[in-house]
Structures are given as C-alpha cells and as structure tokens.
Design a binder for this molecule. Structure first.
Ligand code: SAM
Length: 238
C-alpha cells in the first residue's frame, strides 16, 4: 500500500482528521510498522492526495491528522473493454488496470466467456470496489474507475459501443489479420481485449462494423493479464 485511500466515512467531525480500523489499521501496524508521529501518504477517494500524521494508534484504530493538497496523477485517456476473465483472474486484472490509470473499465460478455463467470461473487459491487481500491493504493492514485458490466454482447456493440467510443481511436487487440499495435498514441482511445478464449470471427466483424481495427502485439499469444500491461505500455508509455 503506497497510499492510504480515505473514504468519506473515515473523516471525523474535524474535517482534517480521520480514524481508520480494519484492513488499513492492520496494514499500518504489520507492514509499515508505523508508530505515533509517523507521516504517511494518503488520498481522499476521488479527491486530493497529501500526508497523514499518526496522532494515536492502538488495537481498535488509528487516528491521523491529514493535509490534502496534491492532485492525483492524470488518468489514461482510455476506455478498456475486456472480455470477462475467469473469476480467478478477474481480481488481478482489475487491480492491474486500475493501477495503470484506467478510469473506465467495461467487462463484456462474449461467446467464449463461460456463463457461470457472470454468477461469481467476485463480480459484486463490493468486491470490484475493493480490488479497485487496492489498485489505487498500489499506484498512489485516488480517482476510482467507473466499472460497467455488459452481459449482452450484440446489443452492447450495436447500440452502445459507437457512443462510448465516440471521438476515440478504436482498437481491438486480436493478433490475426491485424496491423501492428500503434506506439505512444497519447490520443483518447477505446481498446478491446478478448476473453481467455479470444473473440470469435463474428464478434470481431461486429466490432469492425462500428469502426474498430484489429491490432497485434506480435505472433506470441499472451495471457490476458500479460496482454493488458503490454498493450497499455505500448499505447501510453510513461
Ligand atoms: N486462443 C485465444 C486466441 O487465439 O484468440 C487466446 C486469447 S488471449 C489469451 C486473450 C486476449 O489477449 C486476446 O483475445 C487478445 O485480445 C489479447 N492478446 C493476446 N495476445 C495478443 C497479441 N499477441 N496481440 C494482440 N492481442 C493479444
């Protein structure tokens, strides 16, 4: 945890103080081995970042005086649309995308997504928010991504995708009959990454109908969790 993310409920009656319990308290005690007087990096969700000085700490909670006066990092100008990964992979992918600066993430159905994946408890609002929190804490960021679940491929692509991707570069990562993935575009972009089984030709054709072009990272087929950082680093190098 490189930044402690603060939520509205953490603030006490004094707006410059917070009280934390649970996971963040344990992390401060067990990982940071923090003590009274220590200064830590903090940030308010969807707000500014700054510092927190520990005023008191015991088994029941930690109280900090916070100063929030720094802007969080600029978001990536990217909407990332992902074929819904297996539940086992989902958390890792959401954390990674969040920590790389993705601010709009769409999880999309596809023929090669098993139906049971949509019933996973990992798709609960609470779990997804927890994973995005971990990603923000990792990256020292405060802006919570917007996460959309799209369970119906055809209506999404036919009725919503054009508007969602309006005025952006439109790429679908698909290493067959594709152009090389652009480098350092820095342009507003909508990027679609397939599920673990990849997209079927019909799905690629539907995306092409609304202006998407297939892009490749080379002949090696990467796992979703490798393909995402590889694609983002290439499109938006730091
Ligand atoms: N058997 C599937 C196939 O051949 O399409 C593998 C899918 S791969 C595990 C999951 C997704 O990662 C792909 O649908 C694609 O979006 C992306 N991907 C993986 N390797 C890629 C590459 N070399 N170039 C572009 N995209 C890639």
């Amino acid at each position: 945890m490189n930044l402690i993310l603060l939520f509205d409920d953490d603030f006490t009656a004094d707006a410059a103080r917070v009280r934390l319990t649970g996971r963040r308290l344990r992390h401060l005690q067990e990982v940071h081995r923090a003590s009274v007087g220590d200064t830590l990096t903090v940030g308010r969700v969807n707000g500014a970042m700054g510092t927190g000085i520990i005023l008191s700490m015991d088994k029941s909670g930690v109280e900090m005086a916070v100063t929030l006066n720094e802007a969080p990092p600029a978001p990536l100008p990217l909407t990332l649309i992902l074929g819904l990964p297996r539940p086992k992979v989902l958390n890792r992918v959401v954390i990674a995308a969040t920590s790389m600066g993705v601010k709009r993430l769409v999880l999309l159905n596809s023929v090669r997504v098993e139906k049971s994946f949509w019933h996973s408890p990992r798709l609960s609002e609470e779990n997804l928010r927890d994973q995005m929190t971990l990603g923000l804490e990792q990256a020292k960021d405060t802006q919570m991504p917007e996460l959309l679940l799209k369970k119906w491929f055809k209506p999404f692509v036919e009725d919503e995708l054009s508007e969602l991707a309006q005025d952006t570069e439109k790429w679908v990562a698909h290493p067959y009959d594709a152009q090389a993935c652009p480098m350092n575009t820095q342009r507003p972009t909508t990027l679609i990454v397939g599920p673990e089984g990849g997209f079927i030709p019909y799905e690629i054709d539907k995306m092409k109908e609304v202006g998407f072009h297939a892009v490749s990272m080379g002949e090696r087929i990467l796992r979703v969790e490798s393909a995402i950082p590889a694609l983002l680093s290439r499109l938006f190098p730091a």
